[in-house]
Design a protein around this ligand. Structure first.
Ligand SMILES: [Zn+2]
Length: 377
């Protein structure tokens, strides 16, 4: 009888349990392999945050000092290589072109090929699709990064031409510095050599402001061109209007369009802080940039139809952390290996529909190509 029980267990009960158990394990493994789910759901809106000069060490310093950061809410992460077509160390023009168009070019070129043919940008595709678009920066709006999305010139120094092209580009929201490039020769501070009045041109279609305090009171129903300084905006710790507040206002305006929008937000002064090897300047800009990312993320979390991408065009300063304290939330040995950009890969964060696309190691051109593909769906 005892032997029969053992026989029954080994030959009948155990195989049944094994089948049940294996089926359970198989289903669990399928669930694991299937996540994150590759969805067939495409974003209507894209917000691209560019921390100009923000490498992995910069993000580490931010995390050390702030404790909890918006960037760590992202679950889809990657790294991108940043070199230009003809330069191992890229500048913001070639890198901006790669992010905006999906093509590599030479340093100083703004969304034109090596043979100076214009390369169509994600912002231009978005406009063509009836989406509204926006550019926000803490330096001049005519500087290389924002320019790469809405202008085509063979040299980034030609900011007068970039200003003209920005006015013609169809962007609904433009906020940053750079007023002097829009003013005529006879207007105070104007850098133009002729009497072309670009501000009058802007006012035909947009509300124009030059005072940061005016932005929050504007209606959300009309396009805004805010040129809030002659050249760059003040440093983060001295700005009366934060990058987060600019982002929030832009989202209120752009989200009124039923066809969706594309918005680029640049934390532009992370880069000069790196060039100057100035840690205090750097950390101030990083904290402000992360808060703006938090604004974009909060919008995407409630909207559920928005892809948020955060990346950098390159690393600046060869920044390294040789000492600090998590408890005291401080870095006491910031080191800089360079006064220029470096070739190190930079982080890529993505949240929202199709964010899985951005996982892994990619070239910077992949970001531009992927955004254009998503905009055109
Ligand atoms: Zn730079």
């Amino acid at each position: 009888m005892k032997n029969f029980k053992i026989y029954f267990y080994l030959n009948v009960i155990k195989p049944i349990w094994m089948i049940v158990g294996l089926t359970f394990l198989f289903n669990c493994s399928q669930a694991v392999f299937n996540s994150p789910q590759i969805t067939e759901y495409y974003p209507q809106n894209i917000i691209l945050f560019i921390g100009d000069g923000m490498g992995v060490s910069q993000v580490t310093a931010l995390k050390t000092v702030e404790g909890v950061i918006a960037l760590e809410k992202f679950k889809q992460l990657g790294l991108i290589t940043t070199w230009a077509d003809t330069n191992y160390i890229t500048d913001s023009a070639a890198a901006g072109t790669a992010l905006a168009t999906g093509y590599k070019t030479r340093n100083r070129a703004i969304s034109v090929s090596l043979s100076n043919e214009p390369l169509k940008t994600v912002l231009e595709y978005a406009e063509e699709r009836g989406k509204w678009t926006g550019l926000i920066t803490t330096k001049s709006i005519t500087d290389a990064t924002p320019a790469s999305f809405a202008a085509h010139v063979d040299n980034r120094n030609n900011q007068i031409e970039i200003a003209e092209q920005l006015v013609q580009s169809g962007v609904e929201v433009a906020i940053g510095g750079g007023l002097s490039y829009f003013l005529s020769a006879s207007q105070e501070g104007g850098r133009r050599t002729d009497e072309v009045d670009l501000i009058a041109e802007i006012e035909k279609t947009h509300i124009f402001i030059r005072n940061p305090e005016e932005l929050s009171d504007l209606p959300d129903t009309q396009g805004v061109f805010g040129l809030l300084a002659m050249n760059n905006l003040p440093k983060a710790t001295e700005r009366s209007l934060s990058l987060g507040e600019m982002t929030e206002k832009a989202l209120r305006i752009l989200s009124n369009n039923q066809n969706g929008f594309f918005l680029m937000v640049e934390g532009a002064q992370i880069d000069p802080a790196g060039h100057e090897n100035n840690y205090e300047y750097l950390i101030g800009e990083l904290i402000e940039f992360d808060k703006a990312v938090g604004v974009g993320l909060a919008f995407a979390e409630s909207d559920r139809n928005t892809l948020v991408i955060v990346t950098a065009d390159h690393e600046t300063g060869g920044f390294a952390i040789a000492g600090g304290s998590v408890k005291k939330r401080m870095i006491d040995k910031p080191l800089f290996a360079s006064g220029d950009h470096t070739a190190t890969m930079v982080p890529l964060f993505a949240y929202g529909p199709q964010s899985e696309l951005f996982e892994g190691i990619h070239d910077n051109t992949f970001v531009g190509k992927a955004m254009i593909e998503l905009i055109n769906r």
